[in-house]
Design a protein around this ligand. Structure first.
Ligand SMILES: Nc1nc2c(c(=O)[nH]1)N[C@H]1C(S)=C(S)[C@@H](COP(=O)(O)OP(=O)(O)OC[C@H]3O[C@@H](n4cnc5c(=O)[nH]c(N)nc54)[C@H](O)[C@@H]3O)O[C@H]1N2
Ligand SMILES: Nc1nc2c(c(=O)[nH]1)N[C@H]1C(S)=C(S)[C@@H](COP(=O)(O)OP(=O)(O)OC[C@H]3O[C@@H](n4cnc5c(=O)[nH]c(N)nc54)[C@H](O)[C@@H]3O)O[C@H]1N2
Ligand SMILES: [Mo]
Length: 815
């Protein structure tokens, strides 16, 4: 088993065919005159940007693609480079410096001492060598999950793993936080992961769908970014959809930014969070009782519907999953559920499913049930019908272009002569489901189940994290902090003093993407543009590139290591190599890409060519056309509504067909004033990235992270809009600002994920409202072991004490 690589999937989504030549090196007039301070074209997750500098500092930035929808994240380059939260020099925790490799329980509560780069390298190398000798490679965790920055060369985690392979191996991770449950269940159901795959295209939806259901998606927020860099087409699509006159239904406990944007053009239906399976069962039962389900489709294209129907009709457990039964659980009325069943079945309907609903206990059931409902509607594989799980992510649905595609640096060495024969290179020797890291620290060598396998946790003695924010992304942070004291050395590579950096032993200052050269594609599925990510300013203070840090470290393994790591190539050599590879694909597709030198000098992006056939792409159309010749990659070759494989695993928490399982913490189990906590993704940042930026002023309330509260829930607790609020449970407490509005289902509150941890004292209150102080660190189930953050209960009260000052973005003592 290996971890999923988003890029791996995305690459396979690309089709190349030879067709007539059109091409464009899109000229950007702004760059025509290249004066000293003229804008520079570069890119981030949030798209192509023009960045202006003055006297070696960034003064402004804005989007570089022609578009109609603005993207706030593109304005943050100056904040990113010049924030006070930057790490300036290599730093070592005082206690660690005194006794390296001997945990003293002081991580996160100690001052830092500036050291030279060489000293930092030496410390890491010595301790790592000792730990490796004493405990073997599995003791070194380099799983290092996270969103780092765009680029095909400066890939922090990949570079870390490349170095660790040379050093003798490491423990890595499986899956991701985003779609932990979905990406493991969907291959059992559809034979493909669905979540990182091209969708039935935007033009097809606009032409053929009558009804579009936004089922737990908030694309106006989440399409601001993409894994490579956004091509920005998705936001425009949703603007067109609004004007299309189609029936738009949004199913979401929260009136998200997207639902606000659609206004009276969309019907908002608000279930309790975590209850979608019950809601869908209620709709499914209505379909069956009105004979509105597509029996022919179910017979021809699915496996095991009969077993599911027995459950649906209550033949075994005596509980029919009727609309009335569902209303009781999800809080959506029978009338509405019946109306939805009718609308879905009588029209060409596309169900667009989001991922927040699967970041919950039993998250596997959500998309399994959605696929089942879509199968009952019989429209999978038809133009504009069925379901899609990436319309809100990376511009899924923007047709795949023809042209060149950039390769990227890999975590394994390039092979050939440069790798040298005397290097016994070793990759990940153990991989744990990414969201089980704390359990692994707590219970080394413990055996556990994962997707039908028995695995065991490594005994982790060293952690090196590069390019991830685990003190904001992981659940139950107080539990994490405790487990984090155990390893003998923790190294963090970061541009900023994040909470993870503040809790490390050795902190290495890393450049932002504006301080180095790189390349990126846009669009993940579309591969629409190739963009030069040209260096904009000099590395700040003593920041170095991840690439150079690991090259330096490789030389310490043994002489010559640097050249093995770099394959003897400089930054620009690598970029030229990647570009030249892309050029080969472009030639086949008859897209003109100039020589690298002139491309780089011109500082212009290249737009790939429209492929008419891809414009009409319909997901699963081939399967529908001929299920014998084009079977799905499931054991039966069909859509598995019942899975014998999963039945064989015998997991109580993931039965063999979609099933309503009540979570441990949800609205239905709430006691004495408890509310369910949602932790959705924020509009004006990418997770924890940019929390320090000026954009924070757009959303902070009383200078804190906002908590959205239903007016009735607020009134019952004497809380008014703008008040400081304490949100708490037995896991911890956070200080937040009250956003009281009728935009959330009563009984739930929302604090967006991504606020930097800022505890006033160990186990104290988080002054910056990081919701993961409150969330439950449990797996979705034994099948996928995904992140289940959204299944957590909290209490809230008006905060009456003196407001403590915010120190989230202030460097620690000594820095
Ligand atoms: N409660 C709750 N928790 C969640 C979620 C949720 O919905 N609710 N969502 C989950 C999801 S889907 C995800 S994907 C995760 C996201 O978790 P992460 O991906 O870990 O979040 P980021 O804040 O993007 O962290 C990226 C870090 O990399 C640093 N960085 C940027 N560029 C570079 C670079 O070039 N080199 C190095 N060395 N560092 C760099 C940034 O400063 C930042 O600290 O969070 C998960 N956590
Ligand atoms: N601006 C911005 N864009 C991002 C990110 C970011 O941090 N900022 N993160 C990126 C990443 S890594 C990822 S994984 C994706 C995340 O994409 P998603 O996981 O889809 O995003 P979320 O915001 O967690 O949830 C989307 C919607 O689901 C709703 N929801 C939550 N629980 C339920 C439920 O039980 N039922 C229903 N029906 N709806 C529910 C929320 O209210 C929200 O409106 O976004 C990506 N895009
Ligand atoms: Mo994610």
């Amino acid at each position: 088993m290996t971890g999923f690589s988003r890029r791996g999937f995305l690459k396979s989504a690309v089709l190349t065919t030879g067709a007539a030549a059109i091409t464009s090196v899109t000229p950007l007039p702004a760059f025509a005159a290249k004066g000293k301070d003229s804008p520079i074209l570069t890119a981030g997750r949030w798209g192509a940007m023009q960045v202006k500098t003055k006297d070696g500092r960034i003064v402004s930035s804005k989007g570089a693609l022609a578009k109609t929808v603005p993207n706030s994240l593109q304005t943050t380059a100056a904040d990113q480079v010049h924030t006070q939260a930057r790490i300036k020099y290599p730093m070592v925790r005082k206690g660690f410096l005194a006794t390296p490799g001997k945990p003293d329980g002081k991580r996160g509560n100690d001052e830092f001492v500036r050291v030279s780069w060489d000293k930092a390298y030496q410390l890491i190398h010595e301790q790592q060598s000792r730990i490796r000798n004493e405990h073997g490679p599995a003791a070194i965790f380099a799983g290092s999950y996270g969103w780092r920055s765009s680029g095909v060369l400066h890939k922090a985690q990949t570079l870390l793993q490349r170095y660790m392979s040379m050093a003798g191996g490491y423990s890595g991770h499986l899956g991701d936080y985003s779609t932990g449950a979905a990406q493991v269940i969907m291959p059992h159901v559809m034979g493909s992961i669905e979540v990182y795959e091209q969708q039935t295209t935007h033009p097809v939806i606009l032409e053929h769908s009558d009804v579009v259901v936004m089922w737990g998606i908030n694309p106006l927020n989440t399409l601001k970014i993409a894994w490579s860099s956004t091509d920005e087409s998705g936001l425009e699509f949703f603007h067109k959809l609004k004007k299309s006159g189609k029936t738009i239904i949004a199913i979401d406990p929260m009136k998200s930014e997207t639902i606000e944007f659609f206004g009276d053009k969309a019907l908002w239906v608000a279930p309790h969070p975590g209850t979608d399976v019950a809601m869908m069962l209620g709709i499914a039962h209505t379909l069956v009782s009105k004979k509105q389900h597509d029996v022919d489709f179910l017979t021809k294209y699915t496996f095991g519907y009969d077993k599911f129907e027995e459950y649906l009709l209550g033949k075994k457990d005596g509980v029919a999953k009727t609309a009335a039964w569902a209303e009781n659980i999800c809080g959506v009325s029978v009338k509405q559920l019946e109306a939805l069943a009718n609308i879905f079945s009588q029209n060409r309907t596309m169900l667009m499913g989001g991922w927040g609903m699967q970041r919950q206990q039993y998250g596997e059931q959500k998309h399994w049930m959605m696929a089942t409902l879509a199968a009952m509607l019989g429209q999978i594989g038809l133009e504009g019908g069925g379901f899609g799980l990436s319309y809100h992510y990376s511009n899924g649905g923007n047709p795949t272009r023809n042209g060149g595609i950039l390769p990227a640096i890999s975590s394994t060495l390039g092979g050939g002569s440069s790798a040298g024969n005397d290097w016994a290179v070793s990759g990940a020797v153990n991989s744990l489901p990414v969201a089980r890291i704390v359990e692994a620290l707590e219970s080394p060598n413990k055996k556990y189940q994962h997707n039908g396998h028995e695995l065991s946790f490594p005994d982790i003695k060293m952690i090196w994290w590069a390019g991830g924010g685990n003190f904001t992304h992981h659940q139950d942070v107080n539990r994490l902090i405790k487990a984090w004291q155990k390893p003998e050395m923790i190294v963090i590579s970061e541009p900023y003093w994040t909470a993870a950096a503040k809790h490390a032993d050795i902190v290495l200052p890393i450049t932002t993407s504006f301080e180095r050269n790189d390349l990126t594609m846009t669009g993940d599925y579309s591969n629409q543009h190739l963009i030069p990510m040209k260096q904009v300013v000099k590395p700040q203070f003593e920041a170095r590139n991840d690439f150079d840090v690991f090259a330096d470290m490789a030389e310490l393994i043994k002489p010559g290591g640097r050249d093995v790591f770099t394959e003897g190539k400089s930054e620009m050599d690598w970029l030229k190599g990647f570009y030249t590879q892309a050029q080969k694909g472009a030639v086949k597709a008859r897209v003109y890409m100039p020589k690298f030198g002139s491309f780089w000098k011109k500082n212009e992006l290249i737009e790939m060519k429209v492929n008419k056939k891809n414009t009409k792409f319909v997901r699963h159309a081939a399967f529908r056309k001929d299920p014998i010749m084009n079977p799905l990659g499931t054991p039966s070759g069909k859509i598995e509504i019942f899975s014998k494989t999963i039945e064989g695993y015998g997991y109580q928490d993931c039965p063999a067909h979609p099933t309503w399982l009540a979570p441990t913490e949800w609205v239905g189990s709430a006691k004495e004033g408890e509310l369910q906590l949602m932790t959705s993704h924020a509009a004006h940042r990418l997770h924890s990235q940019l929390n320090y930026a000026k954009l924070r002023e757009l959303y902070a309330i009383a200078n804190r992270e906002p908590i959205t509260i239903h007016p009735a829930d607020a009134a019952a607790r004497g809380i008014k809009h703008g008040d400081l609020v304490r949100a708490f449970n037995h896991r911890g407490e956070v200080l937040v600002g009250a956003l009281v509005a009728n935009i959330i289902k009563q009984g739930s509150v929302c604090i967006h994920e991504g606020a930097w941890l800022d505890l006033d004292k160990p186990n104290g209150i988080c002054k910056n409202g990081n919701p993961n102080v409150l969330t439950n660190d449990i797996p979705t189930s034994q099948l996928a072991n995904g992140c289940a953050a959204n299944s957590s209960l909290v209490k809230i009260e008006k905060y009456t004490g003196k407001a403590p000052s915010l120190t989230a973005f202030t460097p620690p003592q000594g820095a």
